[in-house]
Design a protein around this ligand. Structure first.
Ligand code: ADP
Ligand code: XUL
Length: 557
């Protein structure tokens, strides 16, 4: 049997073109991280005058964009930095991650610019006239509410669109963004020969021609039929005319986009054999970087906002959350839930009730019993999107709660709890919501493997509650940027699939190898008691009843 291992001495390069910076991680053929680099937009490319990498346009409600050319210039700056650190000639394959949903509009005739790059000049000097829209709408943009409603209506409703494309219409999604451009600037739309996502845009620069949109990031557009992995005619028709020809054909994330363009061979001494593997979105790449690969694998990122994502074969798209095709397999799905109230809300409760100290916060968590004597809280310091509820705190005490039948449990609303119970109610509330929503979304329960990441995953007391509520061991990882790391792993995977001439299971590539590298996840907290897990199930049901009532009264789906 032929050996499909990675070539000795080869390197794999993963980028992450994110909101505030372009990052890179380089792996050797044993999956050791040998270099990492970052280009910070605001400080290293100050002439674009971005703040946090973006422009907030105060003249149009909710419009948030980034200068497309800044991403082009960042690539040259990054490659200059990298070429001083490593021999780019050893890079066998490159891939990347892009902030999801952001879009780039190529002006008629730009494919010629892409295919005839002059290595004596910087990229930025050559792409000045390539875009029909010079400012790319990004994921923070919320200017398309009207278009969202019209698209949902045209396909038969929000749930219908979600079942078809994996999500209801969201302002940041690319389809509504495209429809808004078509409606407000029809001439510009007409002058656009190709629309890329941030991910396929960066891949296009690297191959010197238009790269396909990958099937996973493509599902962040409200345009892709997630089960067939092709553009949905119904969704295309609901968005803008003659759109399919501007999008190209979707491709799997493990596919080769092309060889690296001669520009990079001559300017940065890449090998002309270096493959560019399809880029994908940042959340799909993080899933790859955390080595999630099997149905039941789940990651919970406890960062500024909380994000939950995992793999399942049987997603149940709903009005909340998102379903994408699995980025590291030819079948199956990735599900993702995004919460606005994450670490900043935990900090707020810590500051109000726990002397602004994580130590006091943790002491309170340890002092209070699991299930919090029936005290249940909903804490929204920010307007929440999961579920859609306005700012406000809601507290309830459950009575007749014996862990038995849900019908016996009654609740009454109160104004406050004692300080330790506030802390526990917050943490249990956040994790019960995650458990309820991932289960409703079709994730297997309990998870096969649960990895916690993000700032708050450093807190073992918080992870203790997570283990009790999810009923499984909690693993953590020590890695700088899981998106660019995931992209580097996918670069290696794409290289292997290409060498074999067919798909290679993602995990077979690194099986038994990761323990020796910093990519390995470590057991942080062991699973809670099974009896507690089932008692939490009762509280969770009650919580969902109350949540639905709150949404009916105060929010909207
Ligand atoms: P980002 O989303 O910006 O990447 P991080 O994942 O770095 O954010 O998370 C930052 C957050 O981590 C901070 O807002 C802070 O509240 C939280 N955090 C840091 N240490 C702890 C801790 N010991 N316990 C709980 N939360 C923590
Ligand atoms: C996901 C989303 C964000 C961006 C951040 O739907 O909008 O997580 O991907 O870059």
């Amino acid at each position: 049997m032929a050996d499909f291992s990675l070539p000795q001495d080869s390197l794999f390069l993963g980028f992450d073109s994110s909101t505030q910076s372009l990052k890179a991680t380089i792996l050797d053929f044993n999956f050791n991280i040998i270099a990492a680099e970052l280009v910070h937009f605001d400080s290293e490319l100050p002439h674009y005058k971005t703040k946090d990498g973006v422009y907030r346009d105060l003249s149009v409600n909710g419009r948030i964009v980034s200068p497309t050319l800044m991403w082009v210039e960042a690539l040259d700056t990054m490659l200059q930095k990298l070429s001083k650190k490593i021999d780019l000639g050893k890079v066998a394959a490159v891939s990347g991650s892009g902030q999801q949903h952001g879009s780039v509009y190529w002006k008629n005739g730009s494919s010629l610019i892409l295919s005839s790059l002059d290595p004596r000049k910087k990229l930025v000097e050559q792409f000045g006239e390539a875009f029909s829209i010079k400012e790319s709408p990004i994921w923070m943009d919320s200017s398309t509410t009207e278009q969202c409603r019209k698209i949902e209506e045209a396909v038969g409703g929000a749930l219908e669109l979600s079942c078809l494309t994996g999500s209801r219409a969201h302002e940041r999604y690319t389809g509504p963004q495209i429809r808004r451009i078509y409606e407000t600037q029809p001439e510009v739309y007409k002058q656009t020969e190709r629309i890329s996502l941030v991910s396929s845009f960066m891949a296009s620069l690297l191959i010197g021609s238009y790269a396909c949109i990958d099937e996973t990031d493509g599902a962040g557009m409200n345009l892709l039929d997630i089960r067939q992995r092709v553009w949905s005619k119904k969704a295309l028709d609901a968005t803008a005319p003659a759109l399919e020809e501007k999008l190209g054909v979707p491709a799997p994330a493990y596919a080769v986009a092309g060889f690296i363009a001669p520009y990079f061979v001559e300017r940065y001494q890449f090998s002309s054999d270096c493959l560019v593997i399809q880029w994908s979105g940042d959340n799909p790449n993080s899933l790859a970087g955390l080595t999630l690969n099997t149905p039941g694998d789940l990651a919970i990122s406890l960062g500024t906002s909380d994000t939950v994502f995992g793999i399942t074969d049987e997603p149940q798209p709903r009005l909340e959350g998102h379903v994408f095709p699995n980025p590291v397999d030819t079948k199956g799905f990735m599900v993702m839930l995004c919460y606005k109230n994450g670490s900043l809300t935990r900090e707020d409760i810590r500051n109000q009730f726990a002397d602004k100290s994580w130590d006091v916060f943790n002491t309170y968590l340890q002092q209070t019993p699991p299930l919090n004597d029936g005290k249940l809280g909903f804490y929204y310091k920010e307007h929440e999107i999961l579920p859609p509820l306005p700012v406000g705190f809601h507290r309830y005490i459950l009575r007749n709660f014996t862990g038995g039948a849900i019908d016996d449990v009654v609740e009454h609303e109160v104004d406050d709890f004692d300080a330790p119970s506030e802390v526990r109610a917050l943490i249990e509330g956040q994790f019960l919501s995650m458990r309820a929503h991932v289960q409703r979304f079709g994730m297997p329960f309990p998870p096969r493997r649960l990895i916690a990441t993000g700032g708050a995953s450093a807190n073992e007391c918080i992870l203790g509650s997570l283990a009790s509520i999810f009923g499984c061991d909690i693993y953590t990882v020590e890695r700088p940027d899981s998106a660019s790391l995931g992209a580097a792993l996918r670069a290696a995977h794409g290289w292997l699939c290409n060498a074999k001439g067919s798909f290679v299971p993602f995990e077979s590539m690194y099986k038994n190898k990761l323990e020796k590298t910093s990519l390995n996840s470590k057991l942080s907290v062991e699973a809670g008691e099974p009896v507690l897990v089932s008692k939490y199930a009762t509280v969770m049901k009650k919580r969902m009843e109350i949540e639905n009532r709150l949404v009916q009264k105060l929010g909207r789906w």
